[in-house]
Design a protein around this ligand. Structure first.
Ligand code: ACO
Length: 429
């Protein structure tokens, strides 16, 4: 609940004083409520939303300076250590961790909605076989809206709840299908006897020929941890996209497809794929110094570094690094790319260019190395992120629909041509 503070900001405009209320949340900076500025014929200007809180939310809190990330109040490292992904999903959706009965019911509900309508196969067949799996995901998740549209009332909480379950349950199935399609292997149906991460790995790597296929528990645990670390991150670009699309009353499956599209870019979720490509390009530790020079002359970016919010460290990156060490040790892998990544990190953390700009490894810096160890191809990295983030997106969509909301409609600072008359003989010359 927001509280109006007794403090006020005063804006002086054209000799008039406008009082702007200051609102306080439970944690984080107070916000200046600028809605009233509109009445005085001025808009506020904040490209990239650098200083703008776009909504009120109770789901996730980040303190970027201190490197804190809380889901419903719980620190991410404690959740990653002590909970599994479906518990975190329940927490994000409902506000509290489930007790053992609620946990069992939720797991049952999710595992009995994992199949997708068989007609969805036909959508896959429309893609080129070498299509990027994120392109496929944008299409097939959007296509779910065609299966669940008539009769879906976005203002009915029961409809919202079943939509959330369907999305969380079906997204691993669609993600694995997008891999199987592009690799030319038959789709594997989900297995309800496996847990969330195991089922995903089974659908990815089992084949009808390999009847004895068993999921490696070390890999399933690492996969689950990766899902937790990507589950939500407050009002990032893709979540804001989902909220923005949702604010028009659009079909929620279509809104999630919009989130997937926003996530794909290399400045956001596409960074995990970009990190591995960067490590491939650098090749060996000897080439690191020359690469860093190119970063400093702004020829290239150090992918997996920097964050709009975290200016000290990304708490997810800490857990990810630890998971990376555990997975590589458990599998007995000595990945030279990890050595390369460590060297990049070492130089970056001691170089004034990065220190001055407060650039630290983000969640994507190490996730690629773990995903590679699990056997996930590079083109699927961002799909894994989308899979895990779906619960965050739908939690925000549900939160938005649980109270009155306004259509998201930013203003602009117009710098185009002033009004002029269209004179065909002159203008068509
Ligand atoms: N490598 C080199 N320099 C960088 C990097 C980087 N990765 N990130 C920022 N900088 C520099 C900028 O050039 C700028 O320098 P300047 O002051 O000399 O102009 C300064 O640091 C500030 O950068 P901004 O672009 O203003 O920071 P912003 O908050 O807008 O961008 C972003 C954040 C997009 C994440 C950026 O750091 C980036 O592109 N990082 C690489 C991509 C990446 O890893 N993305 C994943 C983010 S986490 C996630 O989405 C899950």
């Amino acid at each position: 609940m927001t509280n109006e503070s007794s403090k006020k900001a005063v804006l002086s405009l054209d000799g008039k004083q406008i009082d702007l209320p200051i609102l306080s949340g439970t944690l984080g900076p107070d916000v200046i409520d600028v809605k009233d500025v509109l009445t005085s014929e001025y808009f506020t200007f904040d490209p990239g939303f650098m200083a703008t809180a776009s909504c009120e939310s109770k789901i996730t809190f980040i303190d970027g300076d201190k490197g804190i990330l809380l889901h419903r109040g719980y620190p991410i490292d404690q959740l990653a250590e002590q909970a599994n992904y479906l518990e975190v999903a329940y927490l994000l959706l409902k506000g509290e961790l489930p007790n053992s009965t609620q946990k069992a019911e939720f797991e049952h509900l999710v595992s009995t909605h994992t199949m997708v309508h068989d007609q969805l196969r036909k959508f896959f067949e429309g893609f080129r076989r070498d299509a990027h799996p994120m392109a496929v995901m944008c299409g097939v998740v959007g296509a779910l809206s065609a299966f669940y549209h008539d009769g879906l009332d976005v203002s009915d909480p029961k409809h919202g709840e079943i939509t959330a379950i369907r999305l969380i349950a079906k997204i691993p199935t669609l993600a694995a299908m997008s891999y199987k399609y592009t690799s030319g292997q038959p789709f594997m149906y989900p297995r309800n006897d496996l847990n969330y991460a195991e089922n995903f790995l089974y659908m990815m790597f089992a084949t009808p020929a390999d009847v004895d296929y068993k999921v490696n528990p070390v890999l399933a645990k690492a996969m689950d941890r990766i899902f937790i670390l990507h589950a939500d991150h407050e009002q990032n670009a893709s979540t804001s996209t989902v909220r923005m699309a949702g604010s028009t009353g659009a079909n929620p499956y279509a809104c999630i497809a919009a989130g997937i599209a926003a996530l794909w870019g290399p400045a956001h979720g596409g960074a995990n794929e970009a990190v591995l490509k960067m490590l491939d390009e650098i090749g060996t530790v000897e080439n690191v110094a020359a690469f860093m020079e190119k970063v400093k002359t702004k020829e290239v970016k150090l992918m997996g570094f920097g964050h709009r919010v975290y200016k000290n460290f990304d708490p997810r990156a800490k857990v990810m690094k630890q998971t990376c060490d555990e997975v590589l040790a458990a599998l007995g892998i000595n990945d030279p790319q990890l050595t390369l990544a460590l060297e990049l990190e070492r130089i970056a953390l001691s170089d004034p260019y990065f220190i001055e700009r407060k650039l630290y490894p983000n969640v994507d810096f190490y996730s690629g190395i773990i995903l590679k160890a699990i056997g996930i191809p590079t083109s699927m990295f961002t799909v894994i992120f989308a899979l895990a983030r779906t619960v965050g997106w739908i939690s925000h969509w549900l939160e938005m629909h649980s109270a009155p909301y306004k259509i998201a409609r930013p203003r602009q600072l117009y710098t185009g041509s002033p009004q002029r008359d269209f004179t065909p003989e002159k203008d068509r010359k």
